[in-house]
Design a protein around this ligand. Structure first.
Ligand code: ATP
Ligand code: BTN
Length: 260
């Protein structure tokens, strides 16, 4: 069954369609890369693609973005926060994706700190936030939050490289699903983003975190250490305790975690 992404289709479900300038495209290199060419535009410019040839995650890792399966979306923001708080934008986006997926599927979601959303343990969404700094103020000049969702599993399955980790939001295709999900994510994200100072996303985020209370591996480049994940603080830093009893607050920048 066909499920076509379109600007008109998405706007139908938006709470405040007039606040967004949405372009839906067939194939692009990367919606983040493309939107970064329009950082002079106003907050609320959004580029959405049906497929990407060079979709990227953190550390320039490949994000598989095949046609007719996903929603690859980037939103232009003009945040007033200092750049060290960029993680709050990513976390707010993860919380928005979680709530939107739950609403449309009745399935639970989990969040893998800091930027992945999972369903039944499989990654259905990755988020990459990038920003430019105003050198006069040291604050953000712009930020682009890029959200990649596997709405459906590709016909021939996920690529070998990700097939053990990746999952899809919907089990079967139906018209309008991607438009509704995209709109629901934008609606939720905008609410959270406009209240970022009050961190209204925080409980939604923390309550879905799969790592708290569990053993994890903390990965810094080649270095791996086992720890117990104790808590998430309001700056979205992870409090961990290593096997020697030492505790540390982890910031997302250079660190990845895995449940063990
Ligand atoms: P980390 O676990 O280090 O935090 P991450 O899962 O957040 O990493 P990124 O570093 O942002 O991921 O890079 C993207 C990773 O996501 C790839 O290395 C790959 O394992 C995985 N991946 C790529 N495409 C998809 C996809 N369409 N669906 C699910 N996972 C994907
Ligand atoms: C991750 O997997 O952890 C991050 C992946 C982010 C992918 C999205 S898709 C839309 C936007 N364009 C990109 O090239 N990356 C982001």
């Amino acid at each position: 069954m066909v499920d076509i992404l379109s600007e008109k289709g998405i706007k139908k479900y938006l709470k405040n369609p007039e606040m967004f300038d949405i372009s839906v495209m067939d194939t692009v290199t990367s919606t983040n890369a493309l939107l970064k060419e329009y950082t002079f535009a106003s907050e609320g410019k959004i580029i959405i693609a049906d497929s990407q040839t060079m979709g990227r995650g953190r550390f320039a890792r490949k994000f598989y973005s095949p046609e007719s399966c996903g929603i690859y979306m980037s939103l232009l923001l003009k945040p007033t926060l200092p750049p060290e708080n960029a993680v709050l934008i990513t976390a707010a986006a993860a919380a928005a994706v979680s709530v939107a997926c739950e609403r449309l599927t009745n399935k639970n979601t989990q969040i893998k700190w800091v930027n992945d959303v999972l369903i039944e343990g499989k990654k259905v969404c990755g988020i990459l936030t990038e920003g430019g700094i105003d050198i006069k103020t040291g604050n953000f000049d712009w930020a682009v939050v890029g959200i990649g969702i596997n709405a459906y599993e590709p016909e021939n399955g996920f690529d070998d490289e990700i097939k053990d980790r990746a999952g899809a939001v919907f089990a079967d295709r139906a018209p309008e699903r991607r438009n509704r999900l995209a709109a629901e994510i934008i609606n939720r994200f905008w609410d959270f983003y406009k209240n970022l100072g009050n961190k209204t996303f925080f409980e939604t985020y923390k309550s879905r975190m799969s790592a708290i209370g569990h053993q994890i591996e903390v990965i810094r480049g080649e270095n791996k250490k086992t720890a117990c994940c104790l808590d998430l603080d309001s700056e979205c830093r992870l409090l961990v305790e290593y096997q020697n009893g030492e505790r540390e607050y982890l910031s997302s920048g250079e660190i990845s975690i895995r449940r063990i």
